[in-house]
Design a protein around this ligand. Structure first.
Ligand SMILES: C[S@@+](CC[C@H](N)C(=O)[O-])C[C@H]1O[C@@H](n2cnc3c(N)ncnc32)[C@H](O)[C@@H]1O
Length: 218
């Protein structure tokens, strides 16, 4: 995505800090491009769990992919900012942001995205959510998870430091609860009948981030 497109999306948000965050996130983090590569060209609905300010939907639209999109998040301020941005972009008729907890998933089946959300949940909540997300996949659907994984390296500690600032700044009230290992994610997904692929995805960030892609056996 070029600079002009990043700035166009950032201008949809009212708050100066959010505009800074959006520009930096779109410039440095490959997670939205990786998601677009997996769901682009598909008509299946996309459920974006823990959608924050709805940046994934904005990115997909800017890249010419407009799947039926439903984002949900329990932070009402982020949902309000995301809805306002959708209205400004004229996307509120085709994309929806809902104030809801991860425990309150709608029934539609399609693709599911869980980008940088799992570690804000307890180990038990993560397991329950992974099982629910697997049930939300259509036969041709794709579960896209991006998360920090617990590993003994400096990147993991850099991520924990970042999470400390996210919590104390109020960006993520409550903060991180449990950092999963790769096998804590792989096992429940494989037990749900999914093929699982895990690869590093950190772009120009120092964080210990991975992309986990799970699909029904074909
Ligand atoms: C780091 S942000 C990621 C936002 C978005 N997925 C993205 O990548 O642009 C994590 C999001 O998860 C949300 N979240 C954390 N726990 C949640 C829960 N129990 N229910 C719904 N959303 C939750 C937070 O409010 C926050 O917006």
């Amino acid at each position: 995505m070029d600079r002009a497109a990043r700035h166009r999306i950032a201008r949809l948000y009212d708050n100066r800090l959010q505009r800074l965050y959006v520009r930096s996130k779109l410039a440095n983090d490959p997670v939205y491009a990786a998601t677009a590569a997996l769901v682009g060209g598909s008509d299946l609905p996309l459920l974006d769990i823990g959608c924050g300010i709805g940046l994934l939907g904005q990115y997909l639209n800017a890249q010419g992919h407009l799947p039926p999109y439903l984002g949900l998040d329990h932070d009402k301020h982020k949902v309000a900012a995301g809805r306002h941005a959708l209205q400004r972009a004229g996307l509120d008729a085709v994309m929806t942001l809902r104030h809801a907890d991860v425990a309150e998933l709608p029934s539609a089946q399609g693709h599911v995205a869980l980008l940088d959300v799992l570690h804000y949940l307890s180990a038990m909540q993560q397991l329950t959510l992974l099982q629910a997300a697997a049930r939300h996949l259509a036969p041709q659907g794709c579960l896209i998870i991006r998360n920090v994984l617990r590993e003994p390296n400096w990147r993991f500690h850099a991520t924990r430091l970042e999470e400390f600032f996210l919590r104390t700044s109020g960006w993520i009230p409550g903060g991180a609860q449990h950092y999963p290992t790769a096998s804590e994610l792989r096992s429940p997904l494989e037990n749900a009948g999914l093929d699982v692929r895990i690869q590093s995805l950190r772009g120009r960030t120092p964080f210990n981030s991975y992309l986990i892609v799970a699909r029904p056996h074909r």
